[in-house]
Write a protein that binds this ligand. Structure first.
Ligand code: TNX
Length: 521
């Protein structure tokens, strides 16, 4: 009953509640079919109950999901009495959030995939009203540094949905690997999807990863992911990170690099972590190449936003390249920062013409922000604050708080001591809207995001350890109406409520980091 993320209003009543049994029926009205199908499958697996649709009168259903035009798309209500459970929502996403909450109301065993017992399933009598604080509650997953098999990706979507997170930001390309099948450029995956080895771990004592590594998703795999996520209220926002972080693409198509400065034909997919010097050239043919990539990307991903990176682009090669310098002159630009801005603006326009919006990392502010662009603010709040003040949408994801690859404690047994120490409590006290923002600019903060970069994790078990339980704290920050002052947040209360949530995660098979210290992997 300790719901996470905490709902806006929950009133338990003294009534006996609704027992579930072989006669319990479940019906999803128009617009809630996917949520109803999910709930039937999830509860059916855990309880062994068939939960069929009622015969005859739809209003005879014991569990009923229904849309209510008065509610916002993600808003929902749950009303449980001794006779029935009614779930109403403004839209199909809200219906899914209601279904997720209902599963939490049944207790941790409702998260298992086969029944431990046949009887004793009871929904507590209650009235519940709930709606999210932010419309963008994101989680970035880097599938470039380490490829994650599709089955694990689908599982990750289930875990995001269980926490009412609604954006999966999929980092599909980087120096170390290209993961998106592009039919017109097959070498992006046949060459760019594989590397000979990865760098040795963070410290000599850490796990070493000198193995060959690779993989990619076909367009149909990703269409499946998009549809699977959509059934669960989640939008997949793809990222093609340019013009830096592009060595894998240059290894596949050397003409994309600064050929007048380096012998790009000799480059392979990068085998170090960090940022490669090998960035795209700024020729018209390169713009056209990436328009081709994006044409295929838009066919697979229907999201309004398309992430084009723009972070950490070293400018040394452009400084040394006669072709890049000629471009700067021809366009009347001041410097290489403006050259990157020109590059990003080109795709901002190109996406806008196709009804989409560009989002990029806060470095796209350098040299001037493209007019339609939204900003993911990762280097602290400053970039997001500047973009919000200039009227651009902002997703706050400062590395100081919500980089889930960073370590959770300073103990010597903590695997891979990357970044800042960020505990569960630190994440719970993260406030996405800094007090320095005036109320009008604050409305530009459309949401917040937790980012999981995978240099030092190469399977689902590693991901679980970094992501959980911190993603549960993050989910509450993104969804619930917590005090804006971090010091005023009820951390002890959250910690107490986590006891039941740990049991849910265990039932799901999530290998979270336990509160009392690391596991030995
Ligand atoms: C910075 S966040 C990066 C990533 C790294 C991450 C490691 C961002 C836009 N760039 O490329 O993986 O730090 O924490």
């Amino acid at each position: 009953m300790d719901l996470i993320p905490a709902p806006s209003v929950v009133r338990l009543s003294a009534e006996p509640g609704l027992p579930l049994g072989p006669l319990t029926t479940l019906l999803g009205g128009p617009g809630t079919e996917a949520a109803a199908a999910w709930l039937r499958a999830a509860l059916g697996a855990a309880t062994g109950l068939p939960l069929p649709a009622p015969e005859g009168e739809p209003s005879a259903a014991v569990i009923e999901l229904r849309l209510d035009g008065e509610l916002a798309p993600e808003e929902y209500r749950i009303s449980v009495s001794a006779e029935r459970a009614l779930l109403t929502a403004g839209g199909s996403a809200g219906a899914h959030w209601a279904a997720e909450t209902l599963r939490q109301l049944l207790g941790p065993d409702a998260f298992r995939r086969a029944p431990l017992r046949r009887t004793g399933w009871l929904l507590p009598a209650c009235e519940l009203a709930d709606a999210p604080r932010f419309g963008w509650r994101g989680a970035l997953l880097d599938v470039s540094r380490h490829f994650l098999p599709k089955a694990d990706l689908l599982r990750y979507v289930d875990l995001l949905a269980a926490h009412k997170l609604n954006v999966l930001h999929l980092h599909l390309t980087d120096d170390q690997g290209w993961r998106f099948e592009v039919r017109r450029y097959p070498r992006l995956t046949s060459v760019g999807g594989w590397r000979e080895r990865s760098m040795v771990g963070f410290r000599a004592a850490d796990r070493r990863d000198e193995q060959p590594h690779g993989g990619f998703y076909t367009q149909d795999d990703l269409r499946e992911l998009v549809a699977y996520a959509a059934q669960r209220g989640i939008t997949v926002v793809p990222e093609i990170d340019l013009p830096g972080h592009m060595q894998a693409a240059i290894a596949a198509y050397p003409e994309l690099g600064n050929t007048d400065v380096v012998d790009t034909a000799a480059l392979g997919v990068w085998t170090d972590w960090g940022v490669s010097e090998n960035v795209l050239n700024v020729a018209d043919t390169t713009l056209a190449f990436f328009e081709g990539v994006l044409e295929e990307l838009l066919e697979v991903f229907p999201s309004e936003y398309v992430h084009l990176g723009g972070d950490e682009c070293p400018k040394d090669q452009w400084r040394a390249s006669a072709a890049a310098q000629a471009r700067i002159k021809e366009l009347g630009l001041a410097d290489e920062d403006e050259l990157q801005s020109w590059f990003i603006r080109h795709f901002d326009r190109w996406l806008a013409e196709r009804g989409r919006r560009l989002i990029g990392w806060d470095e796209i502010l350098q040299g001037g922000l493209a007019p339609g662009a939204a900003v993911s603010s990762w280097q602290g709040y400053a970039g997001g604050v500047a973009a919000a003040r200039a009227g651009h949408p902002v997703v706050m994801c400062p590395e100081q708080y919500v980089y889930l690859d960073h370590r959770q404690a300073d103990g010597p047994d903590e695997p891979i001591p990357v970044g800042f120490v960020r505990t569960l409590e630190d994440v719970y006290r993260f406030e996405p809207v800094p007090p320095s923002l005036d109320p009008v600019s604050a409305r530009q903060v459309i949401g917040t995001q937790a980012n999981l970069w995978t240099e030092f994790m190469n399977d689902a078990r590693d991901l679980d350890y970094r992501a959980f339980p911190r993603l549960a704290a993050f989910a509450e920050v993104a969804w619930s109406d917590l005090p804006r002052d971090p010091a005023a947040r009820d951390w002890p209360g959250f910690e107490r409520r986590m006891a039941e949530h740990y049991a849910r995660l265990e039932a799901l098979g999530v290998e979270y980091r336990p509160a009392d210290g690391p596991h030995p992997w």
